[in-house]
Design a protein around this ligand. Structure first.
Ligand code: ATR
Length: 277
């Protein structure tokens, strides 16, 4: 029987996941279908019921997007370490009657930065703006990439400090407020992991953080030159990128986890890329 997968979210009309996984399946010749499901927001238990119905009908796995990542994590029987730290799942696998939760957002981001954009993070100074769900998902993969220094700046500093405390205080990891950035040396990579760009806002980041020879990465995808990317460009940064590569790479991670075969990502990224300006 053809194996079934789906992405669940609400709203879900905008999702690129069926297209991405359809291209992956074609390329790797996998006998599978991948659909989009609009999950129910209420009542509370309706999300889990929808997942279980899909599973009972033979579903093998799901991607999970907003606003269900926390609920998906909560209903799992087994959870990866990075899903634990994020407190959120973006992928589920159904096996032997159990639900396994993973979070590939951070690994997808690191892979896009290091492999596609050719920016190995080892030994580099990295600044991440934001300490919400996106950063929680990225923290362990970022640390595994061994930057010389990883600074997490957030308006609410205690949220960034709590994140640092959760993975263990170490010299190369620092939580701070935006005001503290003015006195710091510039960074090789600045990542905007806040949700500011979704509303066209700019995190209060001083332009001195940018290194013209470094790079700036916007997690949001398809929003063109966001205020953050514009600021970086005005500061002379040539290497600017949005989250299209991360979107495709996290999908490839989930695909490999489900199917045991890693798809090519380059042509899919090219197909989905929306020019920044
Ligand atoms: P989620 O966990 O769902 O990602 P969140 O916890 O609200 O959502 O996280 C959003 C992140 O974007 C937070 O780091 C938030 O900063 P605060 O924790 O200080 O609120 C950040 N954020 C949102 N809008 C912002 C803005 N205009 N400027 C700077 N940071 C912003």
């Amino acid at each position: 029987m053809t194996d079934q997968y789906a992405v669940i979210g609400n709203p879900i009309g905008h999702t690129k996941s069926p297209l991405i996984h359809g291209l992956f399946a074609q390329e790797t010749q996998q006998d599978m279908t991948y659909t989009a499901i609009e999950g129910p927001i209420s009542p509370q238990e309706a999300f889990a019921e929808t997942v279980n119905t899909f599973r009972a009908a033979g579903g093998k796995g799901m991607n999970v997007t907003a606003p269900f990542k926390l609920k998906a994590f909560a209903m799992a029987d087994d959870r990866s370490e990075r899903a634990e730290l994020a407190g959120a799942a973006n992928a589920l696998r159904f096996e032997n009657g159990r639900i396994v939760a993973e979070n590939f957002d951070g690994v997808g981001l690191v892979r896009d930065i290091e492999v596609n954009l050719h920016l190995p993070m080892a030994g580099k100074r990295v600044l991440v703006l934001g300490a919400g769900g996106a950063m929680r998902g990225a923290l362990l993969p970022f640390l595994a990439a061994r930057p010389a220094e990883l600074v997490i700046a957030n308006r609410n500093v205690s949220k960034a400090e709590a994140l640092v405390a959760q993975v263990g205080v170490r010299a190369s990891l620092l939580a701070c407020g935006y005001g503290d950035l003015e006195a710091m040396r510039r960074f090789d990579l600045v990542v905007n992991a806040t949700s500011a760009s979704l509303t066209g806002e700019l995190p209060p980041v001083p332009p001195n953080v940018f290194n013209p020879e470094g790079a700036a990465y916007e997690l949001a995808y398809g929003k063109g030159l966001t205020p953050f990317l514009r600021l970086a460009r005005n500061a002379g940064v040539l290497g600017i990128a949005d989250g299209v590569g991360m979107l495709v790479e996290q999908a490839a991670e989930a695909f490999a986890w489900w199917r045991g075969i890693r798809p090519q990502t380059r042509s899919v990224i090219d197909q989905l890329t929306v020019p920044l300006d």
